[in-house]
Design a binder for this molecule. Structure first.
Ligand SMILES: *Cc1c(COP(=O)(O)O)cnc(C)c1O
Length: 393
């Protein structure tokens, strides 16, 4: 093959040609159980009929006009998203990084409007917020940043899950205007903070007039057993970003605002040529319709229960398995050693998984996964992990 694609990805030796539900099919006729959903994107599974229909109908009607004009689907999707979340207004982008760029710009505007010329946003160790210059600067992973210095200024970093560190920052640092945080860290290793963490951040943000900005790009759209992960608590953030599962594969991102962040932007402050176009929003509308119709997040929570229970039964007490962490269908199996090789071993057995933070097996199965498919996943994966641990020790 001619080497035409830039060297940005280390790809696995497989190419898929078709998908249906939780299954993918490759160009050699093999079938795979997809327990990663295109990295938390295809929450409704592959080739979902409702989403497919919406995309086809919209593609045959109107794909793009630009934000020079009214966009009906954008208004409708904005209404559905604000209804479901309790947020007030939405800006549509095309990706997660772009949604976070909008959030970062909101935080800076919030500062400038109070006369703070060099606003600082608190971000976390081991966080992931994207690959654009501002979002990689916000990201708490040196590998993402190395080679791209100078970084964007105006971020201060504290350990994740640590309210005291945040309080110390509050008293030591001037010019803080916002906190940007993932409700559960995905790329960072499926790290779940203590139960009082988000409520504690919310309180601090109230107290100091900071924006509480939640990156729900991976946790949103039903993934954790609620429509949005913050809904496990009694609070509303000032800003929430979405992308990944919002379009079930159609590129779309969103930055939602409420309270003191609601009216920060005015015409000319921000924009996007493609953002919120009729086609992307049609996919988003079909996704919202599908997840709200039967409260799919509740089904996801039940599936998650079965998955966690099954894996705990098979892997609990196995030497080398340190911990199983999960919130809904976001699950990490922490091993005591690097385990990137497991991905290829699983692939050979027809199972798609992911390893992140070197030693964490990460699962992000479609929300529609059935109990039989959960059983298959538990059996296959626990056998693989046990075989891997035995071969390596
Ligand atoms: C994937 C992800 C992003 C980046 O989204 P892109 O669409 O790849 O730009 C940002 N934040 C979190 C938490 C993510 O999981």
């Amino acid at each position: 093959m001619k080497n035409v694609l830039m060297d940005t990805y280390k790809r696995l030796p497989v190419t898929f040609t078709k998908g249906e539900g939780v299954y993918l099919y490759d160009d050699q006729g093999n079938t795979y159980l997809d327990a990663i959903s295109g990295i938390a994107v295809c929450g409704l599974g592959h080739a979902h009929p409702g989403v497919t229909r919406a995309i086809c109908e919209q593609a045959g009607t109107l794909v793009h006009t630009s934000n020079l004009y009214g966009v009906h689907n954008q208004q409708l999707l904005g209404e559905r998203l604000t209804d479901l979340s309790g947020m007030e207004r939405v800006f549509f982008a095309n990706s997660g990084a772009e949604a976070n760029e909008a959030a970062i710009k909101l935080a800076r505007l919030h500062g400038h409007k109070q006369g703070i010329d060099a606003p600082v946003i608190i971000v976390m160790e081991n966080s992931f917020h994207g690959r654009t210059m501002a979002t990689l600067s916000a990201t708490g992973n040196r590998k993402v940043q190395a080679g791209f210095e100078p970084l964007v200024q105006g971020f201060a970093r504290v350990p994740y899950g640590d309210l005291e560190a945040l309080e110390t920052a509050a008293s030591n640092l001037k010019n803080i205007v916002a906190v940007l945080v993932e409700p559960v860290q995905g790329e960072g290793g499926v790290n779940i903070p203590p139960a009082d963490y988000l409520p504690g951040i919310h309180k601090l943000c109230d107290q100091y007039n900071w924006l509480m900005m939640l990156d729900e790009i991976q946790t949103g759209m039903g993934r954790t057993g609620k429509p949005f992960a913050f809904q496990h608590h009694e609070l509303l953030p000032d800003v929430m970003t979405l992308a990944k599962a919002l379009g079930n594969g159609m590129p779309i991102g969103a930055c939602l605002a409420s309270g003191k962040a609601t009216n920060l932007f005015s015409p000319g402050n921000h924009g996007s040529t493609f953002g919120g176009n009729p086609l992307a929003c049609a996919a988003g509308l079909a996704v919202i319709e599908e997840i709200t119709r039967n409260k799919l997040w509740e089904q996801a929570a039940c599936a998650a229960e079965a998955l966690s229970r099954g894996l705990a039964q098979k892997l609990g007490g196995v030497e080398g398995v340190r911990e199983i962490r999960a919130l809904g269908l976001m699950l990490g199996i922490q091993l005591d050693r690097p385990c990137a090789d497991l991905v290829g071993m699983a692939l050979d057995k027809g199972l798609l998984i992911n390893v992140t933070a070197d030693s964490v097996v990460r699962l992000l199965p479609p929300l529609i996964i059935s109990s039989e498919q959960i059983q298959q996943l538990v059996e296959d994966l626990s056998m693989l992990i046990i075989a891997f641990l035995e071969s390596a020790s």
